[in-house]
Unconditional design. Structure first.
Length: 351
């Protein structure tokens, strides 16, 4: 817009210059003055126009700058938000990768029978540690004849053996088997569990301080549920249900994580009752001892009463004799009796 003002100013100057030149030719003083006034007036208008245009341009530039700054700030916030989201997404991806790695490591652990056994023992230890006081159980407990059981629970001078068994290979084969292969893997899985039941039953040694039962802990809730629901346990080895075979013939109770937790809670209540019973027995013995002391005291107290009764009897007899003497004196000398001896009652003593 400044360019337009300059162009208009130039045109006006040209017009004024032409008029001025024309006035020179005509040599008209009045026209020359008028021309000079018009020139001055035009110059003022041009200055005002230029100032107005400058103000408008400055105002629009300020608005444009403010708008640009606002847009830049919005863009900066958007970029920061996108960057933060990308950072979180990157962290999430890292966590997913870490979880995937951990799952892969867990899978590798579960594929190794020895490491799988260690995992089952650790799981058993955590359950015992969370539900029982430390003095109520022992880990890797050595029984007689060289048997070492994963854990035992101490119950009134005896121990309840608990052994962790994790039969996973044949179970996974059974789950992934096709219809035609299922019977083969089912038989293998049942045979595997039967061996584990027999192994657990070896820890039942009542003559060596164990109860006549043992617990076989299956760390997998899925395997235990399938057994409980008879999905793989029905029509078991030798025509028996595996759960029944374990409980009836081998006196082995198969438990899963949730079942063991519930059973341990019952055992905790039993231990508390046992402690109360022990305290009650101590109180009963103390009461019996106190009763003996009371009986002994009663015996001695009775003897004291008998002694007092005999003493009172002697006193009363002596009083009577003294009264007789007093009467004899009265008979001899005359007068009245002067002695009045009161008889003392004997203490009441039970025979």
């Amino acid at each position: 817009m400044q360019t337009i003002a300059v162009v208009l100013l130039g045109l006006n100057l040209v017009i004024l210059l032409a008029m001025y030149m024309r006035g020179q030719k005509t040599s008209d003083d009045g026209s020359s003055k008028l021309l000079q006034q018009n020139l001055n007036h035009l110059s003022d208008n041009v200055n005002k126009l230029q100032e107005s245009l400058k103000n408008q341009i400055d105002s629009k530039l300020d608005k444009s700058q403010a708008s640009m700054m606002q847009q830049l700030n919005s863009s900066a916030k958007l970029v920061a938000d996108v960057t933060a989201r990308l950072t979180k997404l990157d962290e999430t991806n890292k966590r997913v990768v870490d979880v995937a790695d951990e799952l892969k490591q867990l899978q590798n652990v579960l594929q190794n029978p020895k490491q799988r056994g260690v995992l089952g023992e650790f799981y058993l230890e955590q359950i015992l540690q969370n539900l029982l006081p430390p003095s109520s159980y022992s880990l890797q407990y050595r029984l007689a004849e060289g048997y070492v059981v994963d854990a035992v629970i101490h119950l009134d001078g005896k121990v309840l053996p608990i052994d962790s068994k994790f039969s996973l290979e044949n179970y996974n084969r059974l789950i992934d088997a096709k219809e035609g292969e299922r019977a083969v893997y089912e038989k293998a899985f049942k045979e595997d569990l039967k061996k584990r039941i027999d192994e657990t039953a070896k820890y039942i040694q009542p003559k060596k301080g164990t109860l006549d039962q043992a617990l076989m802990f299956i760390p997998s809730e899925a395997i235990y549920y399938d057994l409980l629901a008879n999905k793989v346990g029905a029509s078991g080895v030798s025509g028996r249900d595996l759960m029944q075979y374990a409980a009836v013939e081998k006196r082995v109770v198969i438990v899963g994580p949730s079942t063991l937790s519930a059973m341990l809670q019952v055992i905790v209540q039993g231990l508390k009752s046992l402690e109360i019973q022990k305290d009650t027995e101590v109180i009963r013995k103390n009461i019996e001892q106190l009763q003996k002391h009371l009986l002994a005291y009663n015996t001695y107290f009775g003897k004291v009463g008998n002694s007092l009764s005999a003493t009172v009897g002697h006193y009363n007899n002596a009083s009577k004799e003294l009264g007789k003497i007093d009467k004899d004196i009265v008979k001899i000398g005359g007068g009245d009796t002067v002695l009045e001896v009161e008889e003392v009652n004997r203490p009441l003593v039970d025979d």
